[in-house]
Design a protein. Structure first.
Ligand code: EPU
Length: 441
């Protein structure tokens, strides 16, 4: 992909109308792929989207000797871990910068090979994104962590042992790290303060199919009884509720009407409540949800992002674009990532009125309050958006820029578009289906 491939020219100002389909959740599929490493035989994953993050995890699995067969059209993956072996450090390193998934290989690799290696981690630039929880968890299971310049070397001198631990914050990745490590550790593991996102519940479904014993108790406690052997699984991924909400926000921001086949109501309850409060209309169908702008003014709101069952951080940026079209002052307090309002600069350049503050506004004090992070936003609307030249900062911020360009009159140039391919399947085809006027070089 040369630099010219990364640019999109968008003639905005027209409502997006039509129908699109979302498939499996990016933030589950990649983890289910890693889980296949734990099995003594092949697994099959269905409803897999053709996105770059899937290709990255496929590449990493293949480096470790997993045979992966992909059928993009059918959305199926066959994963055979029979010949798993240690990968060369340099090869893993070649994938550094493109994904944070390598950290989740540790538990399965420690069980199978007794060692694992993590290169410098990539992922979106939305905060520091430390891995201290992950490393603490691995140490508690008995692993030895050795930080070197090339990356982090981890080994297990003996079989990993179950443990009792509490997370200081319900981190999605750390909870997944614990699950993928505990299922084959010796004895019982108990985690309190666990994340309970639907994607984690679906990972638990997969692990249970493989032979794991996991119970989810009230109050964020997860208990795992380690077993000696796990088998391959067959599983259909839950739907991508972040992508579904992104299109819903696009419908609202452009004054359009989008039916999202594959959107699932129970995974989006909190989003739907907010969508309704802003003044959006929706209709839950048997196989999806129709999202539309019912005409008239949109309403300003006070919103706080949170871990599940709260309003997802990944829903925040696309919705903020719609809030620029709402009447009055909206307040958005981001409590999951310290640095997720960078995308607002570009919106301001397009005519939006958005101020970003260090204080915790409109909600409860959060971890970022006293630490100098601009993590609260005040949006005043409605303001017409004007076309601009913008550069994609991260996956969700990038999609939000796209929505802003589609809502803005005139021709916008959006650079760095390939970042969006990481998590939005065939999004240009979907835009075409929705009547968008654009070209991509
Ligand atoms: N955190 C730590 N230490 C750690 C791990 C996390 O301090 O060792 C902090 C993070 O810095 C952050 C908070 O805990 O402030 C929550 O992070 P979490 O671990 O929950 O996030 P993650 O597992 O790295 C996943 C998704 C994100 C999504 C978050 C929250 C994947 C691959 N990524 O990240 O998705 O925003 O959960 O739901 O599953 C995206 O799809 O664009 C995306 C960024």
């Amino acid at each position: 992909m040369g630099p010219m491939r990364d640019v999109m020219y968008i003639n905005g100002g027209e409502p997006l109308r039509g129908e699109i389909t979302v498939r499996g959740a990016k933030n589950f599929v990649s983890k289910a792929m890693v889980a296949s490493l734990l099995a003594d035989g092949p697994s099959e994953l269905r409803n897999v989207p053709a996105i770059r993050d899937v290709a990255v995890v496929q590449g990493l699995l293949e480096l470790h000797g997993v045979k992966v067969m992909v059928d993009d059209a059918a959305g199926t993956l066959q994963l055979d871990p029979t010949d798993v072996e240690s990968a060369h450090v340099a090869d893993i390193d070649a994938h550094a910068g493109s994904s944070r998934i390598p950290i989740l290989f540790c538990g399965p690799l420690l069980h199978r090979l007794g060692e694992a290696f993590i290169p410098d981690l990539g992922g979106c630039r939305i905060g520091d994104r430390p891995i201290n929880f992950h490393l603490d968890i691995l140490r508690q299971f008995g692993a030895v962590v050795d930080k070197q310049e090339s990356g982090i070397h981890i080994h297990a001198p003996t079989r990993l042992r179950g443990t009792k631990l509490a997370l200081p914050y319900p981190s999605v990745g750390a909870t997944e790290q614990l699950l993928l490590t505990a299922v084959r550790a010796q004895g019982v593991t108990e985690l309190s303060g666990a994340a309970i996102e639907p994607e984690i519940m679906d990972l638990i479904n997969v692990l249970q199919k493989m032979g794991a014993i996991i119970s989810v108790d009230t109050d964020r406690v997860i208990r795992i009884e380690g077993v000696d052997v796990l088998h391959g699984y067959r599983h259909t991924s839950l739907s991508d509720r972040i992508e579904a909400a992104s299109w819903a926000s696009a419908a609202l921001a452009t004054g359009g009407d989008i039916t999202v086949r594959g959107a699932v109501q129970p995974d989006m309850t909190t989003y739907l409540n907010t969508f309704r409060k802003v003044g959006g209309g929706f209709e839950v169908l048997d196989d999806g949800i129709r999202f539309f702008h019912p005409g008239g003014d949109l309403h300003s709101i006070v919103l706080e992002t949170d871990v599940h069952p709260g309003f997802m951080t990944d829903w925040q940026q696309p919705l903020v674009v719609a809030l620029t079209q709402a009447k009055g002052l909206s307040i958005v307090h981001e409590t999951v990532y310290e640095n997720r309002f960078g995308f607002a600069d570009a919106l301001r350049g397009m005519g939006a009125t958005i101020q970003v503050y260090r204080e915790c506004l409109g909600g409860h004090p959060c971890r970022f309050g006293q630490r100098n992070f601009r993590h609260s936003a005040v949006i005043s609307g409605p303001t017409p958006l004007a076309a601009a030249d913008i550069e994609v900062p991260d996956l969700r911020g990038g999609f939000s820029h796209l929505i802003a360009a589609l809502a803005a009159k005139g021709t916008s140039t959006v650079k760095g578009i390939d970042l969006i391919d990481r998590g939005y399947e065939h999004f240009t085809d979907k835009l075409t289906a929705l009547g968008a006027d654009f070209s991509r070089d």
